[in-house]
Write a protein that binds this ligand. Structure first.
Ligand code: G
Ligand code: G
Ligand code: MN
Ligand code: NA
Length: 248
């Protein structure tokens, strides 16, 4: 069978799972939220990572069902977390093209009982590329319900500053490639510092992704939050029982 046919099966037969990666507050020093990251437990090929199947889902339109599955499962998980930390879910630009993603988000929140203020959606600049007006209109409708919107992977692609003029993002996540290069490349460090001060000026929360060492963390004290293997890899939510969550 093709990967696409297998993926259709996987969505129907609960072969997908979600790992969660903590976002740690610089000021609080604590886990403040978790990003949901989908994985596919394939019956014969083993564990498949999203970089190997999300593009297939995007090309085939399966991303609508996949995205809805992730959103509903993650909201249902997060609704029972104690303390009630924030949930971040990735949205593919393709989800904006096919279906009413605003309606999907509203239903996932209503059915799970998760308050909108506890949900954050991560989008890439891809949402602006095919039809910027449409992307902005949909994001505005979602944000008006109380859900926060983060710009993911910032610094790659076109990274136009006009996105910040066109849409009031709540948060920017600095792409991990800059964090990776920051300590030995002064240009990467200057870019990170520029994004941090941009965030301060625009009243945006800034997150550094892909933090892998104490040295990197020490240079990122101007950020709001950090995320990366140095803090924790993505893990099944049960792994945070006792340390971060009372009832994961
Ligand atoms: O989990 P991993 O660390 O391998 O993630 C790789 C990529 O897959 C990241 O760019 C991430 O944003 C994306 N990804 C993970 N989960 C989802 C998801 O549920 N929906 C979408 N659209 N992308 C996801
Ligand atoms: O694009 P997005 O930010 O959603 O992607 C998250 C991806 O980054 C996941 O594939 C996750 O496994 C990966 N990731 C998370 N922390 C680190 C890290 O510290 N280093 C590296 N190399 N990848 C990371
Ligand atoms: Mn992300
Ligand atoms: Na990212």
């Amino acid at each position: 069978a093709t990967l696409e046919a297998d993926l259709r099966e996987a969505i129907e037969h609960e072969q997908l799972l979600i790992d969660y990666q903590p976002l740690v507050g610089i000021e609080s020093g604590r886990v403040e939220g978790f990003e949901a990251l989908v994985r596919w437990q394939h019956p014969t090929r083993g564990l498949i990572m999203p970089t190997d199947f999300v593009p297939v889902a995007e090309d085939s339109g399966l991303i609508v069902d996949l995205g809805e599955w992730v959103l509903r499962r993650a909201c249902t998980d997060a609704a029972r977390w104690n303390p009630p930390l924030r949930l971040s879910v990735n949205l593919s630009p393709a989800q904006f093209g096919y279906a009413d993603v605003c309606e999907t988000v509203a239903r996932a929140l209503a059915d799970s009982g998760l308050p909108p203020q506890r949900l954050e959606l991560e989008v890439t600049e891809g949402v602006f590329i095919h039809d910027a007006k449409r992307g902005i209109a949909i994001l505005e409708r979602i944000r008006a319900t109380g859900v926060q919107i983060a710009m993911d992977d910032f610094g790659t692609g076109y990274s136009s500053l006009s996105y910040f003029r066109q849409f009031p993002f709540d948060k920017v996540k600095i792409d991990r490639s800059f964090i990776k290069d920051m300590l030995h490349n002064s240009h990467a460090r200057s870019i990170v510092e520029a994004i941090i001060s941009l965030g301060r000026g625009l009243n945006l929360q800034i997150v550094a992704e892909g933090v892998e060492t104490a040295e990197q963390l020490a240079q990122l004290q101007g950020c709001s939050q950090v995320q990366g293997y140095y803090l924790s890899p993505p893990l099944p939510i049960g792994q945070f029982a006792g340390s971060v969550l009372v009832n994961p």
